[in-house]
Design a protein around this ligand. Structure first.
Ligand SMILES: [Mg+2]
Length: 365
């Protein structure tokens, strides 16, 4: 089988109510759909979402169309490591990290999607399945425009069937963090797992002070207290705190994960499907973490991440939004939440196919 073309499509959806964390407000609503076409008619599909960075989609589309598409023609999609190396050497001059890696990741996901579709199996089965479902937590504890909305969303997620919830912290005082955590705990009861995410906002002193408070409150993990490049700070925090530190959503490729894992920067590593370089890179990061006795969780949800996490024995959680109204959403594959876990979809490939009607409705370029 040979690749005969790459197509990139930019979608724009309206962001009615932007949400925030301690550092960002998500108001862009842009998605790039990458499709890789083969001479057998099988098409691989991947999506790259931009919650912010409004020009990001146009930059990614340019890299895909102008730099990457010509390099793929004639390649066999089964040779994802060969393609990855080819793309690395073709693009490293302007992007060993950043949006260039978003492009490399999208291609890799498309290749695995093609291989899965060609074999009639979900990609997890080809990677070597470790489980058929993955515990999921609901990322619903944002800072909302109407402040009190976080509580309503957390309660709704538990009613939907999630047994774990993540709350944003750090935008305001520690007292405000404690108020948010305790109010959710009071509403959802003692059996729901709570995580917190500071999105890089603290310096090391403040990260330690707040971390001690979070661990007193029984929080399951403490995510991204420091900027991603503060690896030594992460090491010191991990030594001083009992609460597991989660990090990695802003790391690019196995090389950055390798540095953090070998230095013992944290306990739970969170690859992002856009930044890490796709399925191939993810599996290697998972293996590095497993060999070091460390856990993996995804940054972001969706069927693609379910396929990957179900192939990693040290995966502990999938991040997810609400699964309500999937029939009106972007993806053709609808996920199922049972007893707090999301089931591996049986659809061949990655499950990352975008509904054609959705593309027609939201396409801008
Ligand atoms: Mg995070």
């Amino acid at each position: 089988m040979n690749i005969v073309g790459l197509e990139s499509i930019v979608l724009q959806s309206e962001v009615k109510r932007p949400v925030s964390d301690a550092l960002h407000t998500f108001d862009a609503g842009t998605t790039v759909v990458t499709k890789v076409h083969t001479d057998e008619g099988i098409v691989g599909c991947a999506t790259t979402h931009f919650g912010r960075a409004k020009a990001g989609a146009a930059i990614l589309k340019t890299i895909l169309d102008k730099e990457i598409a010509p390099l793929l023609i004639g390649e066999d999609p089964h040779f994802s490591r060969k393609v990855r190396e080819k793309l690395w050497f073709a693009t490293e001059y302007y992007g060993v990290t950043g949006i260039t890696q978003f492009a490399v990741a999208a291609v890799d996901i498309c290749l695995w999607d093609i291989v899965g579709k060609a074999s009639g199996k979900p990609v997890c089965h080809l990677l070597g399945g470790a489980r058929d479902r993955i515990p999921a937590y609901a990322m619903v504890g944002w800072y909302y425009e109407r402040e009190r909305d976080y509580l309503e969303h957390c309660v709704a997620a538990v009613e939907e069937g999630f047994k774990a919830i993540k709350l944003k912290v750090g935008k305001h005082s520690l007292e405000d963090d404690i108020r948010r955590i305790e109010s959710v705990r009071n509403e959802v009861g003692p059996d729901v797992t709570l995580m917190v995410d500071a999105n890089q906002i603290f310096d090391e002193t403040e990260a330690l002070r707040r971390g001690r408070a979070y661990q007193e409150l029984g929080i399951y993990w403490y995510e991204e207290p420091l900027a991603p490049y503060r690896t030594e700070g992460y090491v010191r925090l991990s030594q001083k705190l009992d609460i597991p530190i989660a990090l990695g959503e802003n790391y690019y490729t196995r090389h950055q994960f390798y540095d953090a894992i070998r230095m013992n920067a944290g306990a739970i590593y969170q690859p992002d499907n856009r930044r890490t370089g796709g399925v191939t890179e993810w599996m290697e990061i998972g293996a590095l973490a497993e060999a070091a006795g460390r856990k993996i969780a995804s940054h972001g949800g969706g069927a693609g991440n379910v396929n990957i996490l179900c192939a990693l024995p040290n995966a502990v959680f999938l991040e997810s939004g609400s699964l309500k109204h999937q029939e009106q959403g972007m993806f053709a594959t609808e996920l199922q939440l049972i007893d707090g876990s999301i089931l591996l979809p049986s659809v061949p490939g990655m499950g990352t196919e975008v509904r054609e009607a959705y593309i027609q409705k939201h396409r801008v370029s």
